[in-house]
Design a binder for this molecule. Structure first.
Ligand SMILES: CC(C)(COP(=O)(O)OP(=O)(O)OC[C@H]1O[C@@H](n2cnc3c(N)ncnc32)[C@H](O)[C@@H]1OP(=O)(O)O)[C@@H](O)C(=O)NCCC(=O)NCCS
Length: 220
């Protein structure tokens, strides 16, 4: 996929490429653009030789929404797409056909949700097997650095493996060093890169800021 993102006035926000190639980089650099956002897709085979050592439970629709939103909006306050998530946006995602509360795991500390791992299963296609995604993972910042993030990723991977999924996948900002430390330790490797190129000093683009897109090329 290669597309131009524009704001409401038609001004260039970014050139978006996924998967990014060396040829894309060459064209963008020649036009004076720099990478303003990069999201890596990482993958690893399942199962792992290690399981989660903490207790987690499935999300309960109609009861856990606010507890999830509290942790999500604290953990992702800095994130271009996932910050400031509203109840309406959460409800819309829960109405998607892939949504399964069994794959949306919460961790509680003394009755308060302080971590979650939300997974998504992409069914098998003619081109490949089913893939299990660590869709969103977050920990209350007051609990960071104590191993909870690692355990929640493991809980999500355990769930996916229990559904006989053989490949795990996730997306992570290329400068999210804390998350990358976990994924690296758990044996994830780089599969592809999704990049946004823009004029130096441009704001970081997100799915929420682009008013329109123009496809310059679509690859399968
Ligand atoms: C990513 C996140 C879930 C990690 O949660 P956590 O409970 O702190 O995770 P852990 O304690 O298991 O591990 C954190 C690791 O990151 C490392 N780390 C933390 N800050 C870091 C930094 N700035 N640079 C490099 N490594 C860092 C820690 O040293 C630790 O690695 P180690 O165990 O090898 O020492 C948490 O930071 C979070 O919620 N972030 C916001 C949401 C997010 O980014 N989600 C991931 C999206 S892909």
């Amino acid at each position: 996929m290669r597309q131009v993102l524009e704001d409401a006035s038609g001004a260039l926000l970014a050139l978006e490429v996924d998967p990014a190639t060396d040829a894309d980089a060459e064209i963008a650099r020649a036009a004076g653009l720099v990478v303003v956002r990069e999201v890596l897709q990482l993958r690893r085979p399942l199962p792992l030789d290690r399981v989660s050592g903490i207790r987690s439970r499935p999300f309960v629709a109609g009861s856990d929404e606010q507890a999830f939103l509290r942790v999500n909006n604290l953990a992702f306050a800095w994130h271009p797409d996932q910050s400031n998530l509203s109840l309406a946006e959460l409800t819309a995602r829960m109405a998607e056909p892939w949504f399964s509360p069994e794959g949306f795991l919460l961790h509680e500390d003394h009755g308060t949700v302080n971590g979650f791992c939300w997974t998504k299963i992409h069914p098998a296609t003619d081109d490949g097997p089913a893939i299990g995604e660590i869709y969103v993972i977050g920990v209350d910042p007051s609990a960071h650095g104590r191993g909870l993030g690692t355990e929640m990723v493991l809980a999500g991977l355990d769930h996916l493996a229990s559904r006989t999924i053989g490949v795990a996948m996730l997306h992570v900002e290329a400068d999210n060093h804390a998350a990358l430390a976990i994924y690296d330790r758990l044996g994830f490797h780089r599969h592809s890169s999704h990049q946004w190129w823009a004029i130096p000093g441009s704001p970081v683009p997100s799915a929420r800021t682009a008013a329109s897109t123009t496809d310059t090329e679509t690859t399968p």
